[in-house]
Design a protein around this ligand. Sequence first.
Ligand code: GLU
Length: 266
Amino acid sequence: MNYRERIRDYKRIIVKVGTTSLTYENGRFNLKKMERFARVLTDLRNRGIDIVLVSSGAIAVGAEKLGLDERPRDVIGKQASSAVGQAILMQMYERFFGEYNQKIAQILLTKPVFDAEHKKRNASNTFNKLFELNVIPIVNENDTVATDEFNEFSDNDTLSAYVAAIVKGDLLIILSDIDGMYTADPNKDESAEIIDVVPEITDEIYSIAGGSASIFGTGGMITKVQAADFLGKRGIDMVIASGESPDVIHDILEGNRIGTLFVGNK
Ligand code: GLU
């Protein structure tokens, strides 16, 4: 079985983009990339594929708007920045997707939604209705109310995995500043190579992720492997790839060897 090729038949894809894939270091929008994301995702929607975009960036964009020198570190500061930034983020998406006449929706979620059966059902019904209406839902954590440190996601890798599970997606694509999972830290070890396919999440995979390679990405490699493990048990694939060029989404869906594919247990 070629795990890459079967992706070509997938009909429901969740794409997670991290802050670094959407903004420059100063928190300003990378307009070229946002435009490209909107174009690629609309094209997939036009092909009849259901798409969910899980987008970070609210805190960084809010901090920039507020004129803060750096991204706040304290919880309340982050929440305030996110409240400002989320609205701006959606306004930008509205503009870019609007170029292609693609309808979008905002869905803000928190961890307790996934812990309560009826809330989970409500959320999943809403997603399904939006797919039916040809809309691309754009998801973020509802940062402003996600205050309880034991009860929040804290990174969108985990959130996107939960979303993929409730919409019963075929594949989650995590786009970040690392182009895949390496056998060792590529900055320190010249022989480090990208792992093409992980057919099963073993202790060895966890120990590679927990090692030096975990410095990469917002949530780190360990949260990504945990997300893949969670999804694998639910029969959902996951790919980690670089968010440098939004066109990689097309390449992944064509079954090309991009980043690292964690195979769902189908
Ligand atoms: N929810 C946060 C934001 O929009 C991002 C969390 C993350 O980067 O994983 O800024």
